[in-house]
Design a protein around this ligand. Structure first.
Ligand SMILES: [Zn+2]
Length: 1103
């Protein structure tokens, strides 16, 4: 369950896995984590985990992820382990996406001896009908990789042996679409809805409920579909692999039109006089995507760069085209492309190698070789001879003054896949030009005042031909023409003068650090590797090539040393950008009438469809609607459910795992040390008590964080300071953290400065963290104003793309002070604050600046400060001196601690935004209603999400996601929906939850599956830095190991009776104390107010 980066990203400039991209993006993560509210929800409860991953690359957001949206799982895992992270951080709108920084580059530092190749036995290779094509020890990852071909079918297998217990399997098919009906995407959803061996409605959901997986999802790219799973438990891993192989090769959906209708599209009609509506999970998912201006820009960019090949259409599906798709075309697509001859298969980890061949042969040998698969080859887009311009529109909200243009300059870089060395060089160039706030192209765009925030991700090498995009959003119409000129003139001057030695050194250190650290966050390392390898393999290049970077990197550095940056990068800038005629300058203009026009076109189409129906057709449609709904709402038979293999509860460890923690009091401060193997990296968090900041200043804290990270000191301007951080550390970020603490009405709130560096850099790292806190000056009004505009642009994107988190934050803010704090630093109130602040920065800068100084003065205090350190013993010792110096620099006593008692006023709310789909939230505090926490609550709330809400809100309701979240710290239980065509109906589903629980019968092994799945969340796989951070959170929230053990025992002892008892508890969310907040379209809000006047929805036009 963890690590699902399922954000449905636009299918074009998004996937993050190529080797060049790997190098291109690594520094970026720290730059963007300067945005402390990256995870809206994360500011409070989710943040324990979300922040833990702020430093992690936002991996693999490739295309559409099918099976679950980023929000379709609990925002905060019901774990005292803070195990899995809040997804929302990965979905943070317009920031540049970070990429699969997955390189473990031990070899960059010192290549170990080349051991003999570990591979399957020759007996097994022969017995199971494979041929070994090529094999190689990959020192960079201490991995043994062998490429095999299956003799009968031609299927290819990369079998990678490593010591990593987080085992990964994936099957990848080349699936280029010819139109925008979304066939690959709908198929990706549908194949996991029952198969030959697992004939139940949704085997995928059963795996979500009851397995220990560390990754489970699927992705649709513009030209491929990937089905990856991961687990650290061998038996669990085999179960996952078998379900996925059976699903991909023998799915029931190709014979079952109802699945196609449910996941794709269908007409719905309940009564003869009603209007017909469209329903379908992908249909509504894509309406959500098409409601986001940022994703429309990415879509138009891809389509304009690739007008002549498969990338010119939308593999995800255009909602206005999806209803053209027929079941016959859908079946045909599967027949053609879901075939072993068109498959690339990946195994990675410490599982037995012969067994991999055995597992595969059993499935593959049922097929004959299919020569038609060459049809899946991706044709080349010929390069233009002249640059082009394109103008498109996006649906803007009612407030026209807020709506501005987006302008992006885009290039297609080459006629085919690049070689590794060129890719590496372009990756460095990308980082130098755009990777940090100090990078010159990024800086020039931001300082130009032409727009509010950067768009375009720089280099994208995930498709067959690489591309480069850069531009601005929030551009006034009269400035739109100037953006292209600024980009070109900046490139010209960079080609002319090169980059400073400091900038080059900073980029090299940042990239090498990232490679060595190989920190893929909660994303399995083996999966990051797979996505990179497939990025070449898919185009019939070597799958090994993207895995070997040590030698090209050394070679590149040597050339850089010899020739200097100007001689090396100047020609690259000219050849691939300035002199490259395949350039498209794209302008996206706001159109307040477009939303209504789109809806009107859909209504018209539906009316025409109805008008064409004869009376008996109408009856048939009503019957079909009912039949589908009935099927969706009928549980699977126990016999079908029993086909899904499950682990035995007896195999689950009874004892909660602990993280080593040594606590040392240092005056009023505390030093926490976690001794873990980190490959000589030191991870450090300095935690200051945010409760010293007066409540009125809290909305400024996120910008205060950014000002610290992106400011200069009296001696250094911000470029110099930023480069120093790049040269001397692995990166530094800063952000606020707030949570409720169970049993206390008092919020826990901290300001966190987080950094990492190699053991030898401990002094530099802590010294620079100290410099940021004490010495950065707030004297640059123009730059601060940019921060405000950026933050505003980011919030506006989030309102449309992640309305569920906005709703949840607001519901919390009505209940607790911690919720209120999160809301003013990352919710709708924050957006309003930013709009005012933009003007105030001009009219009363001295006052704003004084408030920033007040925040700093309040925070700096030894009393209550915590330093949290994670590393091996030797590295921890190396940090002793710098730790003492860091603490000694803090004043003994800071300002007074404040009572924060604010709340948002109670009452139901509707926030109106321009969107084709809604987000519906409802929550209440269970502790306030008298509930005493038991571990069973985690099992039950997970089960509600995976059954009742999944079936009603998503499957029959047609929303992309429906889920619930129980925050065991505050006691809040919240229902949320994501990209939801309904509003009132979803609220009714929420209110039906207690009745569902009362009538629930947990047959067969359903209860043990629910328990095992919950344990899987609690025990989620973590890299060492995440473990150290988890331990810090437990310290702050006072969650003891004893308490965690008690909760674990309660989880394991959960009974059917607990489910029925919890129904009474959940009555609170139907009662007087519950709050509703929805983020929705004006039309749907109006209809809801009419249908349910008793809700007394306070309507508020937010965008
Ligand atoms: Zn999807």
């Amino acid at each position: 369950m963890s690590g699902v980066q399922a954000a449905c990203r636009p299918a074009c400039m998004t996937p993050a896995s190529g080797a060049g991209r790997l190098l291109a993006r690594v520094g970026q993560r720290w730059a963007s984590s300067a945005t402390p509210v990256a995870a809206l929800r994360g500011v409070t409860r989710g943040s324990a985990a979300a922040s833990a991953r702020q430093g992690a690359p936002r991996q693999g957001l490739p295309g559409y992820s099918g099976l679950r949206p980023s929000g379709a799982r609990p925002l905060l895992h019901p774990s005292l382990g803070f195990a899995a992270a809040c997804q929302l951080s990965g979905n943070a709108g317009p920031q540049r996406r970070l990429s699969g920084a997955a390189g473990a580059a031990r070899a960059v530092v010192a290549a170990p001896e080349r051991p003999s190749l570990r591979k399957a036995s020759s007996e097994a290779v022969q017995k199971y009908g494979f041929t070994e094509v090529e094999g190689e020890y990959i020192a960079e990852y201490n991995a043994h990789a062998v490429l095999y071909q299956h003799n009968k079918t031609g299927a290819e297998l990369m079998s990678v042996a490593s010591d990593d217990e987080n085992k990964v399997f994936g099957i990848v098919l080349r699936t280029p679409p010819q139109n925008s009906t979304g066939i690959p995407h709908i198929l990706e959803h549908s194949v996991l809805c029952g198969s030959r061996k697992y004939p139940l409605k949704e085997p995928f959901v059963e795996l979500m409920k009851g397995s220990l997986n560390t990754f489970l999802n699927a992705f649709t790219y513009p030209d491929r579909t990937c089905y990856p799973v991961a687990s650290t438990n061998l038996q669990d891993f085999y179960n996952l692999v078998d379900v996925y192989l059976d699903a991909v090769l023998f799915p029931n959906c190709v014979r079952d039109e109802q699945t196609f209708q449910q996941e794709g599209w269908h007409y719905e009609l309940d009564k003869p006089d009603d209007d017909i509506t469209f329903k379908g999970v992908v249909f509504n998912e894509m309406k959500g995507v098409y409601s986001q201006p940022d994703s429309m820009l990415a879509r138009y960019t891809q389509q304009n760069l690739f007008p002549d090949n498969t990338y010119g259409v939308d593999s995800g599906g255009d909602p206005s085209v999806i209803p053209d798709l027929t079941f016959a075309e859908f079946q045909d697509f599967h027949r053609k492309f879901y075939h072993p001859s068109n498959a690339r298969i990946w195994f990675y980890g410490d599982d037995p190698l012969d067994k991999r061949l055995e597992i595969l042969d059993k499935y593959l040998s049922e097929f004959e070789r299919n020569e038609a698969v060459h049809e899946s080859e991706v044709a080349i887009q010929p390069l233009f001879s002249e640059p082009k311009k394109a103008v498109h529109k996006y649906a803007a909200g009612g407030d026209a003054s807020q709506a501005k243009n987006m302008v992006a300059v885009n290039w297609l870089l080459a006629e085919d896949v690049l070689d590794v060395e060129t890719e590496l060089a372009l990756g460095f160039l990308d980082h130098l030009m755009l990777g940090t706030p100090a990078a010159p192209l990024r800086k020039a765009l931001m300082e130009s005042g032409l727009g509010e925030a950067i768009i375009g991700g720089g280099i994208d090498d995930d498709l067959r031909q690489p591309a480069f995009s850069i531009g601005l959003k929030g551009v006034a119409a009269e400035n739109a023409g100037a953006v292209e000129g600024l980009v070109l003139s900046t490139l010209e001057s960079l080609a002319e003068s090169g980059f400073s030695a400091e900038a080059v050194e900073a980029s090299i250190n940042t990239i090498e650090f990232s490679l060595r650290e190989n920190n893929t966050g909660s994303f399995p390392r083996g999966l990051a590797l797979m996505l990179r390898s497939v990025g070449k393999w898919l185009y019939d290049r070597s799958p090994f090539e993207p895995l070997r970077f040590a030698a090209p990197l050394e070679h590149f550095k040597a050339r850089l040393q010899q020739q200097g940056s100007k001689a090396l990068f100047g020609p690259l800038i000219r050849r691939y950008l300035l002199d490259n005629p395949h350039r498209v300058t794209l302008e996206l203009q706001p159109d307040p009438a477009l939303g209504e026009a789109t809806e009107a076109a859909e209504r018209e189409r539906l009316a025409a469809a109805k008008a064409a129906l004869r009376e008996d057709d109408v009856t048939a449609l009503i019957e079909a609607t009912q039949a589908l709904r009935e099927r969706q709402e009928t549980p699977d038979l126990p016999a079908a459910l029993a086909t899904i293999p499950a682990l035995d509860l007896a195999d689950i460890p009874r004892t909660a795992a602990t993280i080593p923690s040594a606590v040392e009091a240092r005056g009023g401060a505390t030093v926490l040390r976690h001794e873990l193997f980190t490959n000589e990296v030191l991870y450090a968090e300095a935690v200051l008590d945010l409760r010293r900041v007066p409540a009125g200043l809290l909305p400024l804290v996120p910008l205060f964080s950014q000002a610290l990270l992106e400011g200069g000191t009296a001696d250094m301007d911000f470029v110099q300071l930023n480069q120093l951080i790049g040269r001397k550390t692995g990166g530094i970020s800063a952000y606020p953290f707030t949570s409720s603490r169970r049993g206390s009405g008092e919020p826990v709130s901290a300001f966190v400065v987080k950094g990492k560096g190699m053991a030898g850099q401990a002094g530099d790292l802590l010294g620079l963290m100290r410099t940021l806190l004490h010495d950065v000056v707030f004297d640059d009004r123009a730059r601060f104003k940019q921060f405000v505009s950026q933050a505003k642009a980011r919030m506006e994107a989030r309102v449309v793309g992640g309305g569920h988190s906005l709703a949840a934050t607001r519901i919390d803010a009505k209940d607790s002070a911690a919720g209120w704090v999160a809301e003013v630093m990352g919710g709708a109130s924050y957006l309003r604050f930013l709009r005012d602040l933009e003007a105030r920065v001009d009219s009363e800068w001295d006052a704003v600046r004084g408030q920033l100084e007040d925040i700093r003065r309040s925070l700096l205090s030894q009393e209550g400060a915590i330093l949290n350190l994670t590393a091996d013993d030797k590295t921890l010792h190396a940090a002793d001196g710098p730790v003492a110096d860091f603490l000694a620099a803090l004043p003994q006593q800071g300002g007074p601690r404040h009572e924060w008692t604010e709340r948002l006023s109670a009452g139901n709310e509707a926030l109106v935004v321009p969107t084709q789909v809604n987000y519906v939230g409802k929550g209440a505090n269970l502790y306030a209603a008298g509930y005493q926490l038991s571990g069973s609550a985690y099992v039950i709330s997970k089960h509600i999400g995976n059954t009742w809400l999944w079936d009603r809100v998503r499957v029959s309701g047609g929303a992309y996601g429906g889920f619930c979240d129980f925050d065991s710290h505050s006691g809040m239980f919240t229902y949320l929906s994501y990209r939801d065509p309904n509003l009132v109906k979803t609220l009714d589903t929420y209110d039906g939850t207690p009745a569902f629980l009362r009538s629930l019968r947990l047959e067969g092994d359903a209860l043990s599956k629910a328990i095992i799945g919950t344990i899987g969340d609690i025990d989620a796989y973590q890299l060492p830095d995440a473990k150290g951070y988890t331990a810090l959170m437990r310290h702050l929230l006072r969650v003891s190991d004893e308490e965690r053990q008690q909760r674990r025992e309660e989880v394991l002892a959960t009974s059917e009776k607990d489910f029925a008892n919890f129904a009474d508890v959940l009555e609170a969310v139907r009662g007087e104390g519950a709050h509703i907040v929805t983020v929705a379209s004006a039309a749907d809000v109006e209809a809801a107010a009419k249908a349910r006047p008793e809700l007394q929805l306070a309507v508020d036009q937010l965008l």
